[in-house]
Design a protein around this ligand. Structure first.
Ligand SMILES: Cc1cc2nc3c(=O)[nH]c(=O)nc-3n(C[C@H](O)[C@H](O)[C@H](O)COP(=O)(O)OP(=O)(O)OC[C@H]3O[C@@H](n4cnc5c(N)ncnc54)[C@H](O)[C@@H]3O)c2cc1C
Length: 449
């Protein structure tokens, strides 16, 4: 018999961590289980993927973040199953953890619309490992082009394709264009990196579709100023090594990055309650699951409609608010007080596009360009976990802004891994030479050095 109630939290992302913080040093025992040892500040992942920041600058061990909380034990492990009848979480190594209250906050990944095999050719950006892999592919593509041009005189125009013009796709496309046109331009001798094409494919008729339409238009214009080709109403239907298909046309691409679709953690399905099409658990207004008031699902895994009829968005403020609200509800209940329903407080949203370029809608006002970018910069530094990170990131950004330098331009991996990656990127695709899109592609116009 435990002397205090035990709350188990699955996931140390924005939802789980904020729940844990609200329970720190309160009269309950907390066990936080995460399959990684670190919390990642996901909004800055694209900066690791595009060599502005190093992984350690946007992540911190969960154990360290919660060191001051005497009542919280952090466990490295992967939750795989639940027994709701006996209040047990099962981990991948077969061990079991019992709970009085359970908070499931295991997040979401990108969905490949039933084509999970595309992930090999078109990685998404969700973890630090994804970011380092994307950084490797982007930097390797330039290295391979330089090698070809320097050793055999063959100059090919590089094409980077980004699928999905939500915040992540826009950030990636803008940052890759920035690398190609500024950061790398003077370092490569045989190729002109600024000639690289960055193509952003979007299935709908505008970029950043959750923003007001005039801000979307501004974002598109800012992307184009950076040299990004924005292709709207372009739904990608096939991806193969070295190429992707839109409508009837195949496009040759050296690197494809995936930034669309949402698939909630498969843990949601393990709970045995109704989920939406993206696998998000349909939760009650207090974020508990139907029939089990001691089990809560929060953050990107939760599906809940606001009073307006709009769904609570899958963004970090929503996850943090859900984490705090759930912890407070549990503490209230322990004191014999009734629970409160969850209300999402929307403070606005912003998206960065590139150096001095962004859009924001905050407090009912709209901002674009440099001022929006400054706001984005300030807010993201403020929310970075840990003082050391904040200071280092700010200094790194300032340096990158002044010099256009990318300090984290490392291609890591052992010799064999790199050889494999080179072979992978160089793989000749069975591109349809007759397709109109390919005929128009500048890649066909090879020149000797
Ligand atoms: C590239 C990118 C950029 C983004 N940019 C923004 C932005 O600018 N602004 C914004 O508001 N939002 C942004 N978001 C969205 C935001 O990061 C998410 O809404 C938020 O992280 C959701 O929090 P969460 O706690 O639900 O999940 P997460 O933060 O994803 O945390 C889930 C945690 O669960 C762990 N986990 C998963 N499965 C298991 C398991 N089986 N067992 C144990 N642990 C597990 C994971 O390791 C992770 O630590 C971005 C997301 C991405 C991917």
């Amino acid at each position: 018999m435990r002397s205090k109630l035990r709350i188990v939290i699955i996931g140390g992302g924005f939802g789980g961590l904020w729940a844990a913080k609200a329970l720190a040093n309160r009269p309950v025992d907390v066990i936080l289980i995460d399959r990684k040892n670190h919390h990642v500040f996901q909004p800055l992942l694209y900066q690791v993927a595009t060599a502005v920041l190093s992984p350690g600058e946007i992540a911190k061990p969960i154990r360290r973040i919660l060191y001051y909380a005497k009542n919280i034990e952090v466990i490295l492990g992967e939750a795989v199953e639940f027994d709701k009848a006996t209040n047990i979480v099962k981990l991948d190594d077969g061990s079991e953890v019992s709970f009085d209250y359970l908070i499931v906050a295991a997040g979401a990944r990108h969905a490949y619309f039933g084509h999970d095999e595309w992930e090999t050719w078109a990685p998404g950006l969700k973890t630090l490992e994804d970011a380092v892999e994307i950084r490797r592919r982007v930097l390797l593509a330039f290295e391979i082009a330089e090698r070809k041009a320097a050793l055999s005189g063959v100059k090919e125009q590089l094409t980077f394709a980004v699928v999905g013009a939500g915040p992540t796709g826009v950030e990636l496309a803008g940052a890759i264009a920035g690398i190609a046109r500024q950061a790398l331009a003077s370092d490569f001798k045989a190729i002109d990196t600024s000639e690289a094409r960055v193509v952003l494919f979007e299935g709908s008729d505008r970029v950043l579709g959750t923003f007001a339409s005039d801000l979307s238009d501004s974002a598109k214009q800012q992307l184009e100023e950076l040299g990004v080709e924005v292709r709207l109403n372009s739904f990608v239907t096939e991806i193969e090594p070295g190429r992707l298909k839109v409508g009837d046309d195949w496009f040759k691409c050296d690197v494809v990055l995936w930034a669309t679709g949402v698939a909630a953690s498969p843990l949601g399905a393990q709970l045995g309650v109704e989920t939406d099409r993206a696998g998000r658990v349909k939760v009650e207004p207090d974020l508990s699951i139907p029939g089990y008031p001691n089990i809560f699902v929060i953050g990107d895994m939760a599906s809940l409609l606001q009073e307006s009829g709009e769904p609570v968005p899958g963004v970090s403020p929503a996850a943090m608010q859900m984490g705090t609200a759930t912890a407070k509800n549990i503490l209230r209940e322990i004191k014999g007080r009734p629970r409160a329903n969850f209300t999402y407080v929307d403070k606005g949203s912003m998206a960065t596009i590139g150096r001095s370029k962004a859009i924001a809608q905050l407090f009912g006002m709209k901002f674009r360009g440099f001022i929006a970018w400054l706001m984005w910069l300030f807010l993201h530094v403020v929310f970075l976990i840990g003082f050391r990170n904040r200071l280092f990131v700010l200094m790194g950004w300032f340096w990158a802004y002044l010099t256009r330098e990318r300090s984290a331009r490392l291609i890591t991996g052992d010799a064999e891994e790199l050889r494999n990656a080179l072979t992978f990127i160089e793989a000749e695709s069975p591109a349809d030479e007759s397709s109109a899109a390919h005929r128009d592609s500048p890649r066909r116009h090879r020149t000797s050095a």
